[in-house]
Design a protein around this ligand. Structure first.
Ligand code: GLU
Length: 459
């Protein structure tokens, strides 16, 4: 069977690492199975959906290496949704209800006090045509509910009706349709809630696997019933665990700092985000992968655990560092250039190879470039006796070409002349040369500085 999956965000904000987990589970599943990946914008909420968010989501995904085969907008598919709603109405499976929120709440409380499950009692099904006409006459507009197939003869006598599916992530699942209310599919103002458009589009787009967060597990029971009511076979489902913050709160489109846009602007590597988004909360070790293709090879949706996984930005930093330390010059040269490194300088490539193990983000290399080409940083300064020591040491800089052996020869000469050793010998020179107490090997920096560059730093 050919596989078709979809990632269906609502374009009502910027996506975060938790949303990306869903996108990537689908993308890797498609890659692994040679399938198609649809990016479908669930934008039926016209008030809150914005094209700029849709554009940002598409660009975030592209940056992360997720390249949809198709892009669809639910808002352009209203005719299909209307046709499906009409079919359900004709079949008596979508019925008008006139209760207000207060009425529903009152009934719910009564049911609870009678120890009955707080589900909708289908009172609207008992309305006569006259009663409906009277409501309409008062200006009341109906909302529409889907009649769940959880009864034999009378809809008022529901019975346990199990829906089963073999979840791609969680294994065998069971939901009892008698434990839930008939879902509202259409609001009073005629707009659709998410359920019906989602099912209609999944059918018409030939979606074979719906992989999404486990906050949708109960929806799935009703959605399977809806697929069947529309004459379609339900696709396979997979529900992965959700990500929370370190303190256990759910990630939301409002937690701006964790949005992909913000992480990208902050200089994170896409594969650090991708690796963490996929591997966190699974039985696999979290390690930096080189590409989504590499991740797809070992990707197993079933390895994700059932409980929520905590997203810790410190883990992202670790992965980012690992990746940055292995990036070749050719891969980063554009970014180095925009951060201020003169990549036409013949030293640029060696410079990158020397500093990359000392930076967290690619852009951090720019400060080392300034140290190299403009002068020491102001983070650390020489004090007291160290000033005289450094002056003395500078006079001992070996003659001849400045190369990889210069540092060893230089410090030996300084040691002999001053009796200093260890930190007291090296650190003042590092501080004089770079204005920092830590950083790349000085032995590697010296050839980049050259004799003139070194001597210009004599205090
Ligand atoms: N728009 C829905 C959401 O973001 C999609 C859920 C689904 O994948 O079916 O929660």
């Amino acid at each position: 069977m050919s596989v078709t999956v979809r990632f269906a965000p609502s374009p009502t904000g910027n996506i975060h690492i938790g949303n990306v987990r869903t996108a990537l589970f689908n993308w890797l599943f498609a890659l692994k199975n040679g399938g198609q990946f649809i990016l479908r914008f669930d934008d039926t909420d016209v008030e809150r959906s914005k094209q700029e968010y849709a554009d940002q989501i598409a660009s975030d995904l592209d940056w992360l290496g997720v390249h949809p085969h198709r892009i669809e907008y639910q808002s352009k598919r209203t005719a299909s949704h209307d046709a499906a709603a009409e079919r359900l109405k004709q079949a008596g499976l979508l019925y008008p209800c006139y209760e207000t929120a207060e009425e529903l709440d009152r009934r719910r409380k009564i049911r609870l006090s009678r120890k009955l499950p707080p589900v909708y009692g289908r009172e609207a099904l008992k309305l006569t045509d006259e009663e409906k006409a009277a409501f309409e006459g008062e200006g009341r507009k109906p909302h529409w509910r889907f009649l769940l197939p959880n009864f034999e003869d009378s809809p008022f006598e529901t019975r346990r009706t199990e829906v089963h599916w073999d979840d791609v992530v969680r294994g065998p699942q069971t939901v009892d349709l008698a434990s839930m209310s008939d879902p509202v599919l259409i609001r009073e103002d005629g707009s659709y809630l998410y359920t019906l458009p989602s099912v209609v589009d999944d059918i018409e787009m030939g979606v074979t696997h719906i992989i999404r967060g486990d906050d949708h597990v109960t929806n799935t029971g009703a959605q399977i019933a809806l697929f069947r009511a529309l004459g379609a076979e339900a696709p396979a489902f997979g529900h992965h665990n959700l990500l929370t913050t370190v303190t256990g709160e759910g990630l939301s489109k409002r937690s701006g700092a964790l949005s992909i846009k913000a992480l990208r602007e902050d200089g994170y590597e896409p594969m650090a985000i991708v690796s963490l988004a996929v591997l966190i909360g699974t039985s696999e070790a979290v390690a930096a992968a080189r590409s989504t293709e590499e991740l797809a090879e070992t990707f197993d949706p079933a390895s994700s655990s059932k409980s929520a996984a905590k997203f810790d930005p410190a883990e992202l930093d670790v992965l980012n560092r690992q990746i940055v330390h292995g990036l070749p010059f050719a891969t980063v040269s554009d970014r180095l250039a925009s951060a201020g490194v003169d990549i036409s300088d013949p030293r640029a490539e060696t410079f990158w190879n020397v500093v990359r193990a000392n930076v967290e983000k690619v852009g951090d290399a720019a400060s080392w470039w300034r140290i190299l080409t403009e002068g020491p940083d102001s983070e650390a300064a020489l004090e007291g006796e160290d000033i005289d020591y450094v002056r003395q040491a500078f006079d001992l800089l070996p003659a001849g070409e400045i190369d990889a052996s210069t540092w060893g020869a230089w410090t030996s000469a300084a040691k002999e002349a001053t009796g200093r050793k260890g930190r007291a010998l090296f650190m003042p020179l590092r501080v004089a040369l770079t204005g920092r107490r830590s950083g790349p090997e000085i032995a590697d920096l010296l050839p980049l500085l050259g004799r003139e560059g070194i001597l210009a730093r004599r205090p």
